[in-house]
Design a binder for this molecule. Structure first.
Ligand code: SGN
Ligand code: CA
Length: 519
């Protein structure tokens, strides 16, 4: 086993932005890989959200790079995580939907980093069901088929089942800090994955943030009442919409203290997660939700008004679960700053996919539409990344593994399908010569929760072509320049024949390139 604690020298190109002389022996960079579950760019201030309160994520972006075109290859948790670990698409790594079990014997970036002298750890959401491999330390959420609980979450920690008291986001942050302060071998660089549950459904905030957004009225997306005219059957037949899918208890929290205390309460799962909260939190919870319950039960609302009210409730809960995430990131940044390790650590913040915040009337993800195909991705590493970089080049989640390996100086792995993102930084965020001109996507989980039909597609800088298959055979095509919100399906229109043919060819090429024959 090759153990390299230090790179003798970082190549000159990698030190372009560094304050330190290039000749100095530089310690190999640490990697702090923070990821949330379902946090979308529309809910991050660095990406322009007016209502987000994410100063620490913003700091990473301002002192580093913000990627504006990072795309998930399958907008679902387990599949995205498997792509990230392996640098390979789901049809190759075998994990194409959330019902599967990850083949942990595969080569992953944590394993490779560890073999090359890194201390590796994962804390928080794992969601791949098989036991994590390649980590010196792991502590993963196990409740709800590894979705994890917001309050008093269960963990599997280096093979042992434990229950932690408190709020998941804070616990994960604290575990990460403890690992950094006390548990790691400080002679080695670390690669730590801090993977939060928040802001995943059912959006339960920390006690201190309950009600934080209750006085805010969020702007409605213009297409909250999308009628899907011109679109395929897929968006018409989904079950992930604000109007009908959100449930009164689990999602909207329309249950009083008395109802929640009753043995006859119908939603046992909601009652269960409510009962995980300590008394003080329950008290605050009931104060905060009383007003909402009163409003829903005592106001006569038209169908549309009801959707609007559900949208506001959804947004308030979703947004308030992002606050503890950002606070936790602040604590990790502070620790690294205090110990002088900040500038020698690649800090990356992302989410397993994007999310709909009412666009097309949706919540959830899965569709190859902009809001959830785009991943938030910000990175800070001043030795290589110029502060304020706006990275336009196309990135995908399969690129993360090769990026980490490249940074750590690990030999290039020929079977990895993604590409290191580091060359983008030497080109001021623009696509380097010969960089990809399109990204590929393939969603598999159907029939399943939310009824989003199977589809694959291609996205170029201007166009998107999607093929929905399985129990349908329909195409959608969008001109993102004229129609950035994907409202007007132009597939089959006479005046786009040529570009449509070109996209089909490009899609076929990508399927061949990535070796995807599933349809
Ligand atoms: C749960 C949620 C879904 C969500 C999936 C997958 N339902 O099943 O709304 O789409 O997770 O999410 S819930 O009733 O349990 O809240 S993923 O991000 O883990 O892929
Ligand atoms: Ca997710």
């Amino acid at each position: 086993k090759k153990i390299l604690n230090y790179l003798p020298l970082v190549p000159l190109t990698l030190t372009a932005c560094s304050q330190k002389p290039a000749q100095e022996e530089v310690k190999r960079p640490n990697i702090l890989f923070i990821m949330t579950d379902d946090h979308t760019t529309q809910a991050i201030s660095a990406y322009g959200s007016e209502f987000a309160n994410t100063p620490n994520i913003d700091r990473i972006a301002h002192e580093g790079a913000r990627f504006d075109n990072c795309f998930v290859t399958n907008a679902l948790s387990g599949p995205s995580r498997a792509c990230i670990l392996t640098g390979k698409f789901g049809h190759i790594n075998g994990f194409t939907d959330n019902s599967q079990v990850f083949d942990g014997s595969q080569k992953t970036f944590p394993k490779l980093l560890r073999e090359n002298g890194y201390q590796t750890a994962i804390i928080g959401k794992w969601h791949l069901i098989s036991e994590p491999q390649g980590f010196d330390f792991y502590s993963i959420l196990t409740g709800q088929h590894e979705q994890g609980d917001y309050y008093d979450p269960d963990f599997l920690e280096n093979g042992k089942d434990i229950v932690e008291k408190g709020y998941a986001t804070d616990i994960i942050t604290d575990k990460a800090l403890t690992y950094l302060k006390e548990q790691r071998d400080k002679n080695k660089p670390f690669a730590m994955m801090v993977h939060h549950k928040a802001p995943h459904r059912n959006w339960m905030a920390a006690e201190r943030h309950l009600g934080y957004y209750n006085d805010v009225t969020f702007p409605e997306p213009f297409n909250l009442f999308d009628d899907y005219a011109t679109r395929s059957k897929a968006p018409k037949e989904q079950d992930c919409n604000i109007a009908n899918t959100l449930t009164d208890y689990w999602d909207l929290k329309l249950a009083t203290e008395e109802e929640l205390a009753s043995n006859d309460f119908p939603d046992k799962r909601f009652q269960g997660v409510y009962n995980r909260m300590p008394e003080s939190t329950k008290k605050r919870w009931n104060e905060v939700y009383a007003e909402r319950i009163h409003k829903f039960r005592n106001t006569k609302m038209t169908e549309k008004e009801l959707v609007r009210e559900k949208f506001q409730s959804y947004m308030r809960d979703y947004m308030s679960t992002t606050l503890a995430v950002d606070e936790g990131i602040g604590k990790l940044l502070d620790y690294l700053e205090e110990t002088g390790e900040l500038d020698n650590t690649l800090i990356i913040y992302t989410s397993d996919q994007g999310f709909f915040l009412g666009e097309h009337g949706f919540f959830d993800k899965r569709f190859m539409y902009e809001e959830c195909q785009r991943m938030p991705l910000v990175m800070r590493y001043p030795k290589l990344i110029k502060a304020g970089t706006k990275a336009e080049a196309f990135a995908m989640n399969v690129d993360f593994a090769p990026t980490f390996l490249d940074l750590a100086g690990v030999e290039k792995q020929d079977d990895i399908q993604g590409t290191s993102l580091l060359p983008i930084f030497q080109n001021e965020g623009k696509a380097p010569e010969g960089w990809r001109d399109a990204v590929y996507y393939h969603y598999f989980e159907y029939p399943a929760e939310h009824s989003v039909k199977r589809h694959y597609g291609v996205r170029t800088d201007r166009y998107k072509l999607i093929h929905f298959y399985n129990d349908i055979n329909e195409w959608e095509m969008y001109d993102l320049e004229n129609d950035p919100h994907e409202m007007n399906n132009i597939y089959g229109k006479a005046d786009v024949k040529e570009i449509q043919n070109h996209l089909k060819v490009r899609l076929d090429e990508l399927r061949v390139q990535y070796n995807d024959t599933i349809q």
